[in-house]
Design a protein around this ligand. Structure first.
Ligand SMILES: O=C(O)C[C@@H]([C@@H](O)C(=O)O)[N+](=O)[O-]
Ligand code: SF4
Length: 733
């Protein structure tokens, strides 16, 4: 990496940010690569790939079509998304192992066959396991999950991608990324009292908004960094996904060294120390945008509802609750998720719970606890935090995503009933946790979750308000305390890791043709070389259209390996601009109103291609490529929006769709849901806009200019029908 970096330094002759040092030291061709931030497509060689069980299925099904004996880059698969939270950790895990047996067997056998490490159900959430075992300062990795950036807590450049991107790296192809801009966040002062690392990213999300980080890496630096633990830095990097950032990262420092040593990787810490000079930004490094945060003045924040960038400082939260008429009663408090489930998070949360118990009171709201990994669970069980949280009223769930991804058998409210929940998670999109669009979900630090769960209401500020103890006397909660690392080291707990066997050739991977959950992928048809004329708009979506709106998780996760079945959830959460409702569109071939997937299937049966029209930051959120595979599978050809989230735009290109943006954003308003359109696909060329000819039902034809970001090789993906088809074609040549 140092050699590559010195080659690039001699070419660029300017100070570099830390993010650039990691990226450019991983270039496939440091001598010849064109390097311009925000413009060039970098060809990179990541050190590692990580996949989780809800995205690994499609990634491995695609890798299988590359006909390779094993993966070319160290890869792991983590079972964390498919465990439903119902009655508590152990029973939920056993139930999941039974329900998901077919998928787990597919994953464990394909991992064994292709030389992939397999982390069984119960091992923990992918991003905690990666931090505990694989992340290292100066490394570059990709993961088929948008919160892969969590590894930024160990100074790694870790980027979320769709499965098709992971297949490139598994198949030893260079991985392509548009050279990101770099946003600097300079931290001064120090965290103290109720202010937690999470509050830094909650504040930054409020500043940058959900699309402010798109196309950029967020790089933290400055004297304030040293007041944050390595897992705290991970929290901040993790939730950088919510501002659309390519990733977020921190410079190597002694807090990272301590975490490496605590997780049996002192040798890596020592090695990083020998390269410390290169594991941070250069003097005079230039940032495309610079934000200053004084941590000594930073308040705790609560973000939401419905979007992770609606940031409210705790001192203003009560008035926001009443001004917006959010449901005041706090129904459920949830701590955990990959964002906040570290030893430090659990220790600080337990210190507040202990304070309450010492005053003879405990949780008023329902309260759930998700340890981030088996190692964390075993250690907080040994050290007592787990028992304290249970005594406080906590239900300990499996070491898994659970309610965060909608894997929650929630019984305390009916669908449609307005209510409020508070979590230490990173995302709070409509319906995400419990499929109830009336659930007001807020994200904050674990500390504030515990404090407000104790009070049972959103109208409580632990910094200023008092509570009544068991005798009715008033008391004020003390600020949380908690060790960043376990004084007696981590307890690894149960061994949940399956290493790939030496002899792999004899292993067979079975996918039953009758399976409801796994389906061998048929290649997509190549482009017919023609313009698409007089085609309908399947739906014009209004407002926020995240990957949760496009391909809902929760109950649909069971079909993540079966493209035809999961396509029945396509866009069912998106709001139709024509009627303000979800999953209700007009079929322009029959005149009937019906569900989006059924309408698309009818068009496909009739050989009618279609487009979707969307608004800003379309495809915000997850890396699930199903959000791109489904419209492709059901006969869509283009998604036309005001702007895209990075991962989703790439996923659409990889699957042979056309992600196009209005050159004039006002054209989004001009186009009507019942217009027919001509997409002049034959005009697709690098750097050239494409024409959309619009035929209003009544009125004269007009034209919109559409922009795109295709480069030469990506245009091949469109012509071949998908990136996989291009890969197969090159392999034959
Ligand atoms: O949907 C998936 O499988 C991946 C997704 C999920 O982890 C999520 O938090 O929504 N993500 O964030 O990329
Ligand atoms: S954000 Fe939630 S669903 Fe996604 S990886 Fe983290 S814990 Fe799992």
């Amino acid at each position: 990496m140092s050699e590559n970096l010195s080659v690039v330094r001699s070419r660029l002759n300017r100070p570099l940010t830390y993010a650039e040092k990691i990226l450019y030291s991983h270039l496939d061709d440091p001598h010849g690569q064109d390097i311009e931030r925000g413009k060039s497509y970098l060809k990179l060689r990541p050190d590692r790939v990580a996949c989780q069980d809800a995205t690994a299925q499609m990634a491995i099904l695609q890798f299988m079509s590359a006909n390779m004996p094993s993966v070319a880059t160290p890869t792991t698969v983590h079972c964390d998304h498919l465990i439903e939270a119902q009655i508590g950790g152990e029973k939920d895990l056993a139930r999941a192992q039974d329900i998901n047996k077919e998928v787990y067997d597919f994953l464990s056998s394909s991992c064994a066959k292709y030389n992939i490490g397999f982390w069984r159900p119960g091992s923990g959430i992918i991003h905690q396991i990666v931090l505990e075992n694989y992340a290292f300062p100066g490394g570059l990795m990709i993961g088929t999950d948008s919160h892969t950036p969590n590894a930024g807590g160990l100074g790694m450049c870790a980027i979320g991608v769709g499965g098709a991107d992971a297949v490139d790296v598994m198949a030893n192809l260079p991985w392509e990324l548009k050279a990101p801009k770099v946003i600097g966040v300079r931290l001064t002062g120090a965290l103290s009292g109720w202010t937690a690392p999470k509050d830094i990213i909650l504040k930054v999300a409020g500043i940058l908004t959900v699309k402010g980080g798109t196309g950029a890496i967020v790089e933290y630096f400055g004297p304030g960094v040293d007041s944050i633990s390595s897992t705290g830095m991970g929290t901040i990097a993790n939730m950088g996904a919510e501002i659309g950032a390519t990733t977020s990262l921190f410079p190597f420092n002694e807090r990272m060294y301590d975490y490496l040593a605590a997780t049996k990787r002192k040798s890596i810490g020592d090695f990083a120390r020998t390269y410390a000079a290169e594991l941070h930004e250069d003097e005079g490094a230039q940032y495309d945008q610079l934000i200053e945060l004084n941590l000594s003045e930073l308040e705790p924040h609560i973000n939401g509802p419905f979007t992770p960038d609606l940031a409210t400082p705790i001192s203003k939260f009560k008035e926001a609750v009443s001004a917006n008429k959010w449901p005041e009663e706090l129904k459920v408090g949830l701590i955990g998720s990959c964002t906040n489930s570290s030893y430090e998070d659990m220790s600080r949360a337990a210190s507040i719970a202990r304070d309450a118990l010492d005053h003879g009171v405990k949780a008023k709201s329902m309260f759930t606890v998700t340890p981030g990994s088996e190692q964390i669970r075993a250690t907080i069980a040994r050290d007592g935090q787990l028992q304290t949280l249970e005594e406080f009223g906590g239900m300990v769930l499996a070491n898994a995503c659970g309610p965060c991804i909608g894997q929650w058998d929630r019984r305390d409210v009916k669908k449609g009933e307005a209510n409020s929940i508070l979590s230490s998670y990173n995302r709070n999109f409509t319906g995400r946790n419990d499929a109830n669009p009336a659930t007001h979900s807020f994200v904050t630090s674990p500390d504030l979750v515990v404090a407000l769960t104790l009070a049972g209401t959103l109208n409580f500020n632990p910094l200023t308000d008092t509570l009544k103890d068991k005798d009715g006397n008033e008391f004020k909660l003390s600020a949380p305390t908690g060790a960043g690392l376990p004084a007696n080291g981590y307890d690894p707990g149960q061994d949940t890791y399956q290493a790939p066997p030496a002899d792999r050739a004899s292993i067979s991977v079975a996918v039953s043709p009758e399976s409801e959950r796994l389906q061998i992928l048929a290649g997509f048809q190549a482009w017919d070389g023609k313009d698409a004329t007089d085609i309908p708009i399947l739906i014009k979506t209004k407002g926020k259209t995240t990957t949760d709106h496009i391909s809902m998780a929760g109950p649909w996760l069971k079909y993540r390996g079966h493209l035809d079945n999961i396509s029945n959830n396509m866009l069912i959460g998106a709001i139709n601009a024509a009627n303000g409702e979800a999953n209700k569109v007009k079929n322009f071939a029959t005149g009937e109103v019906g569900a989006v997937p059924a309408t698309a299937r009818d068009y496909k049966k009739k050989g009618i291609q279609w487009v979707v029209v969307g608004d800003w930051n379309y495809g915000e959120g997850s890396s699930r490529e199903h959000a791109a595979l489904e419209p492709r599978h059901l006969g869509g050809i283009a998604i036309i929006t005001r702007s895209f989230a990075r991962i989703h735009e790439t996923n659409l290109k990889k699957q042979g769709m056309l992600p196009l943006t209005f050159a004039d954003p006002a054209d989004y308003d001009k186009i009507n849901p019942d217009d027919k359109v001509d997409v002049m696909c034959t005009q697709l060329a690098v750097g050239k806009p494409l024409t959309l000819r619009v035929h209003p039902k009544d009125g004269k034809v007009w034209e919109a200019k559409l922009q795109h970001t295709f480069n030469e090789s990506q245009i091949d993906w469109y012509k071949d029908g998908s990136a996989l088809n291009t890969m197969a074609r090159h392999a034959e040549e």
